[in-house]
Design a protein around this ligand. Structure first.
Ligand SMILES: Nc1ncnc2c1ncn2[C@@H]1O[C@H](COP(=O)(O)OP(=O)(O)OP(=O)(O)O)[C@@H](O)[C@H]1O
Ligand SMILES: [Mg+2]
Length: 188
């Protein structure tokens, strides 16, 4: 099978080639899928990645969750592949961190057992729950031994029939695309 590295490169080119209007439409459809999903609607404590330009826009997801009075936490990355989740009250609680990714200013940690649902980024994913990240192992380490629901956002063009995986790659519970959600059953 093609290596993780080669797939990351192929997907990065696909995303880079997206027309800005096409990206907006894709983002809006995925937003609609997330906000309409029972897992989102029922979640009291939500973990959500803060998107960068190249990613599916999660800022409106975070804003809507805050407006609905959910507890929202977002990731902050540290050395050695370590990531933690900290609560925010508004988008003003974010500031650019390493690599220009917006991160929480305050360190009010929300521990994993309090989280109901995590909205997770990917480079590519499969409809049966395999996920390829950007290569840092941050999410795989963070998600290991957690029991909250794991929802990966993945554009149709980034969805693959299969992906190479290692023992440390954590499986997703649900893949959300523009026009469909794929719940993943019976995974360990
Ligand atoms: N729980 C873990 N313990 C130790 N090493 C890990 C763990 N999870 C991942 N790694 C290592 O981290 C490196 C990057 O992993 P991988 O290529 O799967 O990253 P990724 O899934 O693309 O990134 P991310 O998890 O940040 O989205 C690999 O060498 C992998 O073996
Ligand atoms: Mg991985």
């Amino acid at each position: 099978m093609t290596s993780k590295k080669a797939i990351r490169k192929e997907i990065a080119q696909l995303v880079k080639a997206m027309d800005p209007q096409e990206k907006k439409v894709s983002d809006a459809k995925i937003l609609h899928q997330v906000l309409g999903h029972p897992l989102f609607q029922e979640a009291k404590v939500l973990f959500c990645f803060v998107s960068t330009e190249r990613e599916i826009n999660t800022h409106p997801i975070i804003q809507e969750a805050l407006a609905q009075k959910k507890i929202v936490c977002v990731p902050k990355c540290f050395a050695y592949g370590v990531m933690k989740a900290y609560a925010i009250q508004s988008m003003d609680d974010l500031e650019p961190g390493k690599y220009g990714i917006l991160e929480p200013k305050m360190e009010t940690e929300i521990t994993p057992e309090k989280i109901d649902l995590a909205i997770i980024p990917c480079c590519a994913a499969t409809t049966d729950g395999k996920r390829l990240g950007y290569g840092g192992g941050f999410y795989d380490r963070y998600l290991a031994n957690t029991s909250f629901k794991k929802m990966v956002l993945c554009r149709q063009i980034c969805t693959k029939a299969d992906l190479p995986t290692e023992a440390t790659d954590i499986k997703m519970d649900l893949l959300v695309q523009e026009d469909a959600c794929f719940p993943i059953k019976n995974h360990t």
